[in-house]
Design a protein around this ligand. Structure first.
Ligand code: DAH
Length: 336
């Protein structure tokens, strides 16, 4: 039979290398010490019992220290640069719930999927840009009053977190020029976050999402644009829709229009209840010229609008602020 001291040394040595240190509390050696206790003369039991107890306290402390060391090893082996599903092994430290996509991300994917199936290339829009792309190349001359409508933030260095995805148009046109001149077409959508210095309420946010389309060819017409947009909205809402347009002013299109749909009955609409969904028009010759595309030879259309508005109509969401609120009760409704 080992002495209490022997057992103590042996078990403490085991703890520091064990992967499951807590199991050592159930070691046969400890059971043997307890078995011996009941065989002792009652006068010896007090001191012996206390010594066994001290051993367990020391062991417990060593186990806690070992467990902490094991946790550290696990954290050190976590690769923060790895794809999202790589660190979720038998770690036990990471949340077991994985979380899900934000409803806007999910819906944006639906939107992009529809346009890519129509043949549009999709690119993410920038989150920091400059006056040249946000205004100048879009036919907003310096000091033009239409600039005021965009409530732009500016950094101290005079960069702009873009107030619309139209900020990508010039790049799309410039990049597509060669394809156009080789007999092809420019067909791109750009999507992403935009920012406006606005008072926030149920229909205004400082941060929201837009999707923008640009199409240029030798023959593009306004009818092509209306057909494209109607096909998109019908695909997104899964039903036929009545559409109309009304005139609107945007410096980068001529004519400029608002694309309006009748709110579908399935989504709680009444006949004659119209909703403005986005801005659109034929690309202004000055915008084509800025990208060195000859407006006498090529023409195109463009549109741009908010993603939240689409999603709010689809799901009957009444307050835009929910999207950026991080409210789990709201977000969980979109978990599929
Ligand atoms: N950029 C405009 C806005 O945010 C929307 C827009 C209107 C985009 C007309 C376009 C367009 O491409 O042709 O208010």
């Amino acid at each position: 039979m080992q002495s209490i001291d022997d057992v103590r040394h042996a078990l403490l040595a085991k703890v520091v290398t064990s992967d499951n240190p807590r199991d050592i509390l159930k070691a046969a050696e400890i059971k043997a010490l307890y078995s011996k206790l009941v065989t002792l003369d009652p006068s010896e039991r007090g001191a012996y019992g206390k010594a066994v107890n001290d051993l367990k306290v020391a062991l417990e402390a060593a186990i806690v220290a070992r467990e902490a060391a094991l946790d550290d090893e696990t954290v050190q082996s976590l690769d923060v640069t790895a794809p999202w599903d790589v660190n979720t092994g038998p770690v036990g430290l990471l949340p077991t719930e994985q979380g899900t996509q934000h409803p806007l991300t999910k819906e944006l994917e639906v939107v992009i999927d529809i346009f890519t199936r129509m043949g549009f290339a999709a690119i993410e829009s920038r989150q920091i840009d400059d006056d040249f792309h946000m205004f100048e190349t879009l036919n907003f001359p310096k000091d033009h009053p239409a600039r005021d409508g965009y409530d732009t933030f500016r950094t101290e260095e005079d960069f702009i977190p873009p107030a619309h995805t139209s900020t990508m148009q010039h790049r799309i046109l410039k990049d597509g020029k060669a394809k156009l001149e080789a007999g092809g077409q420019i067909a791109s959508v750009s999507y992403g976050r935009v920012f406006r210095n606005e008072d926030v309420d149920a229909t205004h946010e400082h941060t929201f999402y837009q999707c923008e389309g640009v199409f240029v060819s030798e023959t593009a017409t306004l009818a092509d644009m209306l057909g494209t947009l109607q096909a998109f909205f019908e695909a997104y809402y899964g039903q036929t829709l009545k559409i109309k347009t009304q005139p609107a002013y945007f410096p980068f299109v001529e004519p400029g229009l608002e694309f309006v749909i009748e709110k579908p009955a399935a989504l709680g609409g009444k006949t004659g209840e119209w909703l403005e969904m986005l801005g659109c028009g034929m690309i202004h010759p000055n915008v084509l010229r800025a990208a060195e595309i000859d407006p006498a030879k090529y023409q195109g259309f463009a549109w741009g609008g908010g993603i939240e508005r689409l999603v709010m109509l689809k799901y009957g969401i009444e307050d835009l602020r929910y999207f950026e609120s991080g409210k789990l009760a709201f977000l969980r409704k979109f978990v599929s």
